[in-house]
Design a binder for this molecule. Structure first.
Ligand SMILES: [Mn+2]
Length: 299
């Protein structure tokens, strides 16, 4: 009883394509000696996308768990958030009880190093382990603030401490939607969490533009930037800058695009029809930005 390991994702139809990258890259970085079950909390993924995700799972069985539609309907965050973000809170309640440890990954990650240690990590009394957020300094209670895009969870401990219920109640009690959604709620109610090394959730765009942040982590991140890029186990395209958005300009876009091709989400012809216009739009937008900078210099 209570002995299985699970790799868990949550998605709606809109996030199914990036999820293929997260899933395919993660499964390529889990030791075959670990018997890891793959779960997707499904908040409305269509049949065609399910078929594509099965290709991305490369022969591994995906266990689909429908998110109860009444559970999350009220919960949103700032504009780019959907209720699906809150689904990760429900992992300990929705997964079967034989699962002891779950590693949850956001759909906007690319796994680049061995994930296996996250499944075997000693958590002590903490219900989960996470990496500090690279851009958000601390909560109101002056504790470090974690990024919830990569979580190693002790499901039993999580249930015992009633974390999900308390986080949802906290979100309910706010008059405005929480800016970072369930991540804010979880940060507000979690008494303890195990802090992981920064390389387990390398928030790529924040790291590139680290001069624009000011937290107690900033100096350390500036010093370790090259190291972190080289040794990252998980690259996380947190925030607005997603590799698939033409107007965004995250680092490692081509690395992500190659991983999408490898994932099998698209057939070869489909992939070209997707990547050509994306790169075309990016080039036009970049030329426009260069032109505007030239004009400003002339003025
Ligand atoms: Mn994310």
């Amino acid at each position: 009883m209570g002995s299985s390991l699970a790799l868990v994702f949550a998605s709606d139809e809109g996030f199914a394509r990036p999820l293929a990258v997260a899933m395919h890259s993660a499964l390529g970085h889990v030791s075959p000696t670990l018997a890891v079950e793959v779960y997707v909390l499904d908040n409305g993924i269509g049949n065609e996308s399910r078929r594509r995700l099965r290709r991305a799972a490369a022969g591994r069985e995906i266990r689909w768990i429908r998110v109860p539609p009444d559970r999350l309907v009220e919960h949103r965050g700032a504009e780019h958030f959907t209720s699906t973000s809150y689904a990760r809170l429900l992992i300990p309640e929705l997964l079967p009880r034989h699962v002891r440890r779950a590693v949850y990954l956001d759909g906007d990650v690319l796994v680049t190093g061995d994930l296996s240690p996250l499944f075997e990590l000693e958590l002590g009394n903490a219900p989960f382990a996470a990496v500090r957020d690279y851009a958000i300094g601390s909560t109101d209670r002056e504790r470090p603030y974690f990024n919830a895009g990569v979580l190693a969870m002790d499901l039993e401990r999580w249930r015992q401490t009633g974390l999900a219920e308390r986080a949802l109640a906290y979100a309910d009690a706010q008059t405005e939607p929480l800016f970072w959604g369930d991540q804010d709620a979880l940060n507000a109610v979690a008494e303890s969490w195990h802090e992981l090394d920064l390389r387990w959730n390398v928030q790529a765009t924040v790291l590139r533009d680290i001069e624009n942040t000011r937290t107690d982590l900033t100096d350390r991140l500036s010093r370790q930037r090259d190291d972190l890029c080289r040794t990252a186990a998980v690259l996380h395209f947190a925030g607005y800058h997603k590799p698939w958005i033409p107007r965004a300009s995250p680092p490692a876009t081509m690395r992500w695009a190659r991983a999408l091709r490898r994932s099998g989400w698209y057939g070869p012809g489909e992939y070209l029809r997707w990547i050509a216009p994306l790169l075309g739009k990016r080039a036009i937008l970049a030329a426009g930005r260069r032109g505007r900078r030239r004009d400003r210099r002339r003025d």
